[in-house]
Design a protein around this ligand. Structure first.
Ligand SMILES: Nc1ncnc2c1ncn2[C@@H]1O[C@H](COP(=O)(O)OP(=O)(O)OP(=O)(O)O)[C@@H](O)[C@H]1O
Length: 338
C-alpha cells in the first residue's frame, strides 16, 4: 500500500530551506555543462527543472549535493555548502540515479546501511518502505527489482532522513501510470509540508500537472524562471480560434495592415489567429459587421511553450524536427527572466 501523508512525514518548523545556485559553471574538459547559471529554489512549492538533453540539469543537481565540484560559482543550501552540513541526509535528500545501488542487498538492508552510516533512526527504514509502496518486498534482492521499483527505492532513500530539501532527477522514469500518479501526489504533498522540492522531467504533461514553478535551462544557461501560468501566458503559440460564415473576409481583415498577425485555416473551416488576442479579434469583426459563430482563446501546452523557449538550445534534433521548425511561422518567445 502506498501511503503519503503528514501522518507519516510530520511537518517540521525548520523546513524553510532554499537552494541557491549562484553563478554556477561546470566544465568537463572542453564541454561546458553548466554556464554561469543562477537561480533559487524556494520552499513550499514544486519546482520543475526542465531543459533539452544535455542542458546541464543532472550536472546542476549533482553540484547541489556535492557530487560535482563547480569550476566556478557555488551552490548553497540555506546559506551553506552541502559539504558543511553536519548530517546531510537529514537536510537534503536526492534521487539522482535509481540504478546506483548495491544490487546484492535487499531493499531493507540497503536502506539500513544508509541509515546507520548517517545516524538516522533505523525505524525510518520500514516507514519509508511503506511510504513508497515497497513494504511487501523488503527482503528481496535489489537485482530482481524493475526500474519502477528501483525508482521507488531511490525515493525511499531520499526520504530516509526526513529532509527539508529534496531533489529528484527524472523520478517517473520507468513508472507505470499508477506510479506516475503516486509520484505527482508525493511531490505536491512534500511541498505542501513546507519542503523545497526540485524535480527534473522530460514529461511536459506531467510537469504541467505537478510543478508550481519552472526553471528552464538550455546549454547550461538559464532560459526561464517563472510560474507555470506565466510561462504559458508568454508562449507565442497562444492563439485565438474563430469560426465565421465570412471566414475569407475576416482573414483578410485580420492580416491587412496588422503586422505580426498570422492566420491559419483549420480543418473544419475555422481560423487560428496568432499574434492577436480574442477581444481584439471580436472587436475587429464587430467593427466590420462580420458574423462570428465561435471565438475562443487557445492556450499553448507546456510542451509547445518549452519547444519555443528551448528552440535555440537543442543539441540533438532529428530530421523531422528540423522540417517542422523550418515550416514554423511563429517567432521564439523568451520567458520571464529574474
Ligand atoms: N562526467 C562527465 N564527463 C564529461 N562530460 C559530461 C559529464 N557529465 C555530463 N557531461 C556533459 O555535460 C553536458 C550536460 O550533461 P547533463 O547530464 O548535466 O545534462 P542533462 O540536462 O541532465 O541531460 P539529459 O536530459 O539528457 O539527462 C552534456 O554535454 C554531457 O555530455
Amino acid at each position: 500500500m502506498v501511503t503519503v501523508g503528514s501522518s507519516v512525514v510530520p511537518t517540521r518548523p525548520g523546513w524553510r530551506q532554499m537552494i541557491e545556485v549562484d553563478r554556477l559553471t561546470k566544465r568537463y574538459g572542453s564541454t561546458v555543462a553548466v554556464d554561469d547559471l543562477s537561480f533559487q529554489v524556494l520552499p513550499g512549492r514544486v519546482t520543475g527543472f526542465l531543459g533539452p538533453n544535455g542542458a546541464g540539469k543532472s550536472t546542476t543537481m549533482r553540484a547541489v549535493i556535492g557530487l560535482d565540484l563547480p569550476t566556478m560559482g557555488e551552490v548553497r543550501i540555506n546559506g551553506r555548502s552541502y559539504a558543511s552540513i553536519r548530517r546531510p541526509l537529514c537536510e537534503v535528500g536526492a534521487l539522482l540515479d535509481a540504478r546506483a545501488v548495491h544490487a546484492g542487498r535487499s531493499a531493507s538492508h540497503h536502506l539500513l546501511c544508509i541509515a546507520r552510516s548517517n545516524g538516522i533512526d533505523p525505524s525510518r527504514v520500514s516507514a519509508v518502505l511503506e511510504m513508497v509502496g515497497l513494504a511487501g518486498v523488503t527482503r528481496r534482492r535489489i537485482r530482481t527489482f524493475s526500474l519502477g521499483m528501483l525508482q521507488r527505492l531511490g525515493v525511499a532513500a531520499a526520504l530516509l532522513g526526513n529532509p527539508g530539501v529534496l531533489l529528484f532527477d527524472e523520478p517517473v522514469n520507468g513508472l507505470d501510470p499508477e506510479g506516475i500518479r503516486w509520484i505527482r501526489t508525493l511531490m505536491k504533498q512534500l511541498a505542501a509540508e513546507g519542503r523545497t522540492v526540485l524535480v527534473s522531467s522530460h514529461l511536459m504533461s506531467e510537469m504541467a500537472l505537478t510543478a508550481d514553478h519552472l526553471i528552464v535551462i538550455g546549454r547550461g544557461r538559464l532560459v526561464a524562471d517563472a510560474s507555470v501560468a506565466e510561462l504559458l501566458s508568454t508562449s507565442s503559440r497562444n492563439r485565438v480560434r474563430v469560426r465565421s460564415p465570412q471566414a475569407g473576409r475576416l482573414s483578410t481583415l485580420l492580416t491587412r495592415d496588422q503586422p505580426g498577425v498570422n492566420v491559419q485555416s483549420g480543418p473544419d473551416g475555422g481560423l487560428e489567429v496568432l499574434g492577436m488576442d480574442a477581444p481584439a479579434v471580436g472587436e475587429l469583426a464587430a467593427a466590420h459587421g462580420v458574423v462570428l459563430h465561435e471565438l475562443s482563446s487557445q492556450q499553448a501546452s507546456l510542451e509547445e511553450a518549452f519547444m519555443d523557449l528551448t528552440r535555440d538550445s537543442v543539441d540533438y534534433r532529428t530530421g523531422t524536427d528540423l522540417l517542422s521548425l523550418e515550416s514554423s511561422t511563429t517567432p521564439t518567445t523568451a520567458g520571464s527572466r529574474p
